[in-house]
Design a protein. Structure first.
Ligand SMILES: Nc1ncnc2c1ncn2[C@@H]1O[C@H](COP(=O)(O)OP(=O)(O)O)[C@@H](O)[C@H]1O
Ligand SMILES: Nc1ncnc2c1ncn2[C@@H]1O[C@H](COP(=O)(O)OP(=O)(O)O)[C@@H](O)[C@H]1O
Lengths: 138, 109, 138, 109
């Protein structure tokens, strides 16, 4: 636990700015390149937005826990909720050629993180594990 | 996020300042749809002071554009910061929205 | 717990910037006046610095937990550590007329917060409770 | 925090950018004491781009000043942003440090 930073917020969109600030600080501390930090911020924000929208169906009174761990290879972000179990097979961004509102979050998450997976060991709720390697560390 | 309406050569310009995220995009949506309801031929959005946009903000503009298409209205984005332009490009929306460097560029016929 | 924001960091000074970011965001959300937000940020930073310096004697591998709760009257900040028990009677800033390095942190904390107290119920470690009322809410 | 050394009318100016906190003040302390070791008659610190200072940063400057006193050296602060000036005032240090609006003010005899 020693090198971990852990932020717990209510599942209300107004707290997402705090997750973004923290993501930027952790990204810099991990020495992720300046140009990639903005993408990282967006990706973590989108993952938390999806928890509010899909796991909690818009209920703003639940909890979201975001944990960051820096390793020599990069940054690991783990997002926990107690909401509806996600079916990873149904999580898919929209076809980018099919213009409609929504369906971009998953694209933003996947283009930034090298590893995106739901922890199958989590009993109730979800644990999304995101890993971003430093350039050249994959 | 802060929204201000100004005008430029008798066109409405929506000037947005700050972060467009899941928390602020409902307000943007309300303002945008209210304006589109009046069927303006062109609507400008000034991005100069937008520091952040997430997928909910983008979805709001896609919804706005889809509301303008039936009557042939045009949604024009002006002064998009490079980082945000890159996001629109990645999402293949740089061809869907009309993107201009400045109001003067945008007004050129 | 529902309206709480909770940040857990290692007891290393490099994580204090994250506490400051979060404090500013929480201060704004509480509608604390713009001019007071900077003082609030400094005060919470100083309280966490003191945990590293005094409760943990400079050990940077321990944990600090900072919790924020917004109420209609103002903002409550609670800081927990597992370090040496503080003796509240010995916590005192220096005489401001006696020029020497140090001894300012407590002054910065007390000028901002209306209520500063160690929770006597905490068994091991310390829990510092800080309350800032909105102007006119005391 | 970033520290740069420049000079102005043959005086050393320490230009600090960013946040001076418990994490960065040890570096500031090392640089400052190294300079003071050479007993400069005057040392300028340019605060223009300092966005934050905590008590460990202030303690560092108090320590620096105390190191200059024995030989009569002077520590001059230049362009302190209002918020930081207020903190120095509260800590009764605005009378202890020599504080000037600009380098030109500070150089006036
Ligand atoms: N955390 C989640 N839990 C359950 N389903 C999710 C989650 N994240 C994404 N999904 C599913 O994947 C789809 C695509 O997600 P996304 O690209 O973020 O777009 P949007 O959220 O705008 O629909 C969502 O519509 C949803 O069905
Ligand atoms: N969290 C704490 N635990 C134990 N002692 C403390 C704590 N905070 C402050 N003190 C005591 O109060 C004194 C004054 O604190 P402060 O004004 O922050 O100055 P400094 O930390 O620079 O000495 C400290 O020197 C220390 O003896």
């Amino acid at each position: 636990m020693k090198d971990r930073v852990r932020l717990a917020i209510p599942s209300h969109p107004r707290y997402l700015c705090m997750v973004r600030d923290l993501t930027v600080r952790m990204g810099k501390m991990t020495n992720i390149r300046e140009e990639e930090i903005e993408d990282l911020k967006l990706a973590v924000d989108e993952a938390c937005s999806n928890v509010i929208r899909h796991a909690y169906k818009g209920d703003t009174t639940k909890r979201i826990v975001v944990q960051f761990r820096i390793s020599p290879r990069g940054l690991e972000v783990v997002i926990d909720d107690n909401g509806l179990k996600a079916n990873p097979e149904l999580i898919r961004g929209r076809d980018l050629d099919d213009l409609k509102p929504g369906g971009l979050g998953v694209h933003f998450i996947k283009r930034t993180f090298d590893c995106v997976e739901f922890d199958p060991k989590k009993r109730s709720g979800n644990r999304l594990k995101l890993i971003k390697y430093l350039t050249g560390q994959l | 996020m802060k929204i201000e309406l100004t005008s430029h050569s008798s066109h409405i310009v929506i000037v947005i300042t700050g972060e467009i995220d899941m928390s602020s995009s409902p307000e943007l949506r309300a303002r945008l749809l209210e304006l589109i309801h009046k069927k303006p031929p062109v609507l400008f959005v000034d991005f100069t002071s937008v520091s952040y946009i997430d997928s909910s903000g983008i979805a709001t503009f896609v919804e706005g554009l889809k509301g303008m298409m039936p009557y042939g209205g045009r949604l024009k984005f002006v002064s998009i910061p490079p980082k945000i332009a890159e996001i629109f490009g990645f999402a293949k929306l740089d061809k869907v929205f009309e993107i201009h460097g400045s109001m003067d560029d945008a007004l050129r016929p």
